[in-house]
Design a protein around this ligand. Structure first.
Ligand code: C2E
Ligand code: CA
Ligand code: CA
Length: 554
């Protein structure tokens, strides 16, 4: 079969494909067009071949959009560009107007006159171009405008911003009020700022501006003006302060593809949040490499979890009784190694596991491994009692939200014939948690089952002493950021003393973590800490080393 026959069947077949895309090709000299069957149906055309092609099409375009369409078309026919890329409203067979995107390509004859023109019309549905709340252009418009610029090989920058405290405004004053704030943001962006650039509302509290022809300095400059404009204003008598994070990318230098530009921007914005800056962060190749590296790690971790937690292992760090100086507890810490990656620490992989919720599965694995190890140690040492009174296991908030955790823990204790009292669960993010009611109830059930609870990382984040009142904890662990510099910081010492005094009053034990030196040790002992953990005594040890040092020879 020759290619001619292939070609002649091509359109017939593709033309039948259902969906929201319509194909056409036309001879502009003859003003004849052939539409795909789907288009004939959807737009209620009189047939697939249409004479007076141009006029018939124009008659279906929304009167407000005809001008733009004709200008764009004329520009192409006059030889400005062989590409056509336009968005407008079309009336369909049901008589409704829908937004469509039309992209086409034009070829010219030997005399330079327009000849064949073909392309694809995509039904964008009834999406609107203007956001009802802010009166700014929508993300669809953002995409189509940027697309046109990229097609034209234009250059410039795109700035993306995200309001920082908007969630709190919504939570505090309600959604109606939040909408008013957004409306004012929209008004300020259009009226008070440079009108050379169009602002777009992307989603929720993020906005973008496309700056055709701009260089990096202009982007930075514009962001500063935006900051001044949005800094503060009054809504319903309330003074509102708005701050935002921002990211930018330059086109076509950073990328010439719409989706990539949008992805890069959102990624860079997340990065601005992670590194906690209010300056504009510009997208860069290095950032991209980091991102792909992080994605690779995430994938590798996922595969390992699926494969029965391959590559994971537990280590243990002794916790010393402050009075006797002997090791009667240990904290289990998770480790991960993978041949394709250099050292990956818990600070890297725990957040990944938390965000994918795989920490729930891995956490259960950690509990199983830890309790199994204890049971083995009983057997190995032939003792009825181990010097180890308790074993601490870290549990993230996501894990506590898993309603099967308690039963799982109980079953495992049963399986390995261990008393419930041996277990302490350390709630790792105690300080980042704002709502405590659910958590308190959950933890209470563990306590009723005889399992102790420790609040980890105390003294970091927003934690206040009132958490101790609300959360039924048995132990608080004072974070190493507080203990580490305690020797030079008398205020921290006073704070530790205060925490100890308060905790003792409400019957909570205090463990000081991160004790590295003899000086720090004597200070936390003086302050009244009940137990101590840190490099001064020992680093986290491999299971066998821990056994040799703290079980067998104790
Ligand atoms: P964390 O629970 O606060 O664990 C204590 C961390 O401090 C450990 O880091 C430990 O190696 C380190 N450390 C101990 N003594 C000292 C010291 O004297 N000085 C200093 N500078 N550091 C000390 P690691 O093992 O890297 O663990 C980091 C965090 O990862 C843990 O912090 C915990 O939040 C999380 N994590 C570790 N294992 C697990 C786990 O099995 N499940 C969950 N959910 N989180 C875990
Ligand atoms: Ca811990
Ligand atoms: Ca800690």
């Amino acid at each position: 079969m020759d290619t001619k026959e292939f070609d002649s069947r091509f359109f017939d077949l593709v033309s039948k494909a259902p969906g929201k895309t319509f194909l056409f090709y036309s001879n502009l000299k003859e003003n004849v067009v052939r539409w795909s069957d789907s288009a004939v149906q959807y737009f209620g055309l009189s047939g697939s071949i249409i004479e007076d092609a141009y006029e018939t099409w124009i008659a279906l375009i929304h009167p407000d959009d005809v001008g733009d369409y004709m200008r764009d078309f004329e520009d192409m026919v006059q030889g400005g560009t062989p590409y056509h890329n336009c968005e407008y409203r079309m009336r369909n067979a049901a008589g409704e107007y829908v937004w469509v995107n039309c992209r086409g390509y034009l070829t010219f004859d030997e005399d330079g006159g327009p000849l064949w023109f073909g392309g694809i019309v995509t039904n964008l549905g009834q999406q609107s171009k203007i956001d009802a709340v802010t009166n700014l252009s929508t993300v669809y418009q953002f995409r189509s405008t940027l697309n046109c610029l990229l097609d034209k090989h234009a250059h410039g920058g795109v700035l993306l911003i995200r309001l920082e405290n908007f969630k709190r405004i919504n939570a505090e004053y309600g959604y109606d009020f939040g909408d008013k704030v957004l409306a004012e943001v929209g008004r300020k962006m259009t009226e008070d700022l440079n009108r050379d650039y169009t602002m777009y509302r992307m989603d929720g509290a993020s906005f973008a501006v496309i700056m055709e022809g701009a260089g990096t300095e202009q982007v930075v400059e514009f962001k500063k003006r935006l900051e001044q404009t949005l800094h503060s204003f009054v809504i319903n008598g309330e003074l509102i302060h708005l701050r935002f994070r921002s990211a930018a990318t330059m086109f076509p230098d950073d990328s010439e593809f719409l989706d990539q530009i949008q992805n890069n921007l959102f990624y860079t914005l997340d990065h601005a949040k992670i590194i906690n800056t209010h300056d504009v962060v510009f997208y860069s190749k290095e950032l991209y490499v980091r991102k792909t590296e992080a994605a690779r790690l995430k994938e590798a971790i996922h595969d390992c979890v699926e494969d029965d937690c391959r590559g994971f292992r537990i280590v243990m760090q002794p916790i010393m009784d402050a009075k006797t100086g002997s090791c009667d507890c240990a904290e289990v810490l998770l480790r991960f190694s993978h041949p394709d990656f250099d050292a990956v620490g818990p600070m890297d992989f725990i957040p990944i596991l938390e965000s994918s919720h795989e920490i729930i599965e891995v956490g259960k694995w950690v509990i199983d491994q830890s309790l199994r190890t204890l049971a083995q140690w009983y057997e190995q040492s032939g003792r009825q009692r181990l010097p180890l009174r308790k074993i601490h296991i870290n549990v993230s908030y996501v894990q506590f939200k898993d309603l099967t955790l308690l039963d799982f823990v109980k079953e495992k204790l049963e399986e390995y014939k261990l008393p419930h009292e041996v277990l302490v669960l350390e709630l790792t993010e105690s300080c980042r948690i704002e709502k405590t009611t659910f958590l308190s109830e959950m933890l209470q059930r563990f306590k009723e089952a005889g399992i102790s609870i420790a609040l980890d990382d105390f003294g970091t984040g927003y934690a206040s002493l009132t958490v101790l009142k609300d959360i039924p904890a048995d132990v608080v662990k004072i974070d190493h950021t507080m203990t580490r510099n305690i020797v030079d910081r008398p205020k921290d010492k006073a704070l530790i003393e205060f925490i100890v005094t308060y905790s003792q009053k409400v019957g909570i034990q205090v463990c000081a973590e991160g004790v590295e030196t003899a000086e720090a040790l004597s200070i936390v002992k003086d302050a009244g800490a009940d137990s101590i953990q840190g490099y001064y005594y020992d680093k986290p040890l491999e299971i066998d080393s821990f056994y040799n040092k703290y079980i067998e020879n104790y």
